[in-house]
Design a binder for this molecule. Structure first.
Ligand code: HEC
Length: 148
């Protein structure tokens, strides 16, 4: 129950961050969305690996959070936010915004498609998590800078 509440709280933050997309601090807003993604994907992978107990509602909420984050995320790279705030956003984002947006849209669609399956049991979550998570790696590889 505590774990479920933790995810609900995190996801609530992501949705709040998404709603605040016009904020004057797009760098921290987009980093907060990604931190939520990390917690949400982390919870889903822990269920798949058996490190925490499968919980249908937690799985659903985590995927809804990833979905909502992906909707807002591409709006948070205005001109002038290329540097600052320890951003790891690659200059590639501004060179190829269409390619970047396309991966965000793929993540959005994959998360949405996985919701009904993920709440249908652990086996279905296992079968669907890969199609969501592959977009995390695909985007980071091309559009996120290494930690320095
Ligand atoms: C469309 C591109 C894209 C997708 C898809 C994406 N990310 Fe990211 N992610 C980024 C970028 C760009 C940053 C760096 C943002 C910055 O520092 O301004 C980042 C940063 C992060 C961070 C570090 C946040 C911080 O500042 O502490 C985590 C964790 C993360 N992503 C997890 C995920 C997970 C998990 C997924 C999949 C569910 C995902 N990301 C999907 C582009 C993406």
């Amino acid at each position: 129950m505590l774990k479920r509440l933790a995810i609900v709280g995190i996801t609530g933050l992501a949705m709040f961050a998404g709603a605040a997309f016009a904020s004057d601090d797009p760098i921290s807003t987009r980093q907060n969305i990604m931190k939520s993604n990390g917690a949400e994907a982390g919870a889903l992978f822990k269920m798949v690996k058996g490190e925490i107990e499968y919980d249908a509602l937690t799985a659903e909420i985590a995927l809804r959070g990833i979905f909502a984050g992906a909707v807002a995320f591409p709006t948070l790279f205005p001109e002038g936010s290329e540097t600052g705030g320890e951003t790891r956003a690659s200059p590639e984002i501004w060179k190829d915004k269409a390619g970047f947006d396309a991966i965000a849209l793929k993540l959005e669609n994959a998360a949405l498609a996985a919701i009904p399956a993920a709440k249908g049991g652990l086996d279905q979550l296992k079968a669907n998590l890969g199609s969501v998570a592959e977009n995390c790696q695909a985007c980071h590889k091309k559009y996120r800078l290494e930690k320095n």
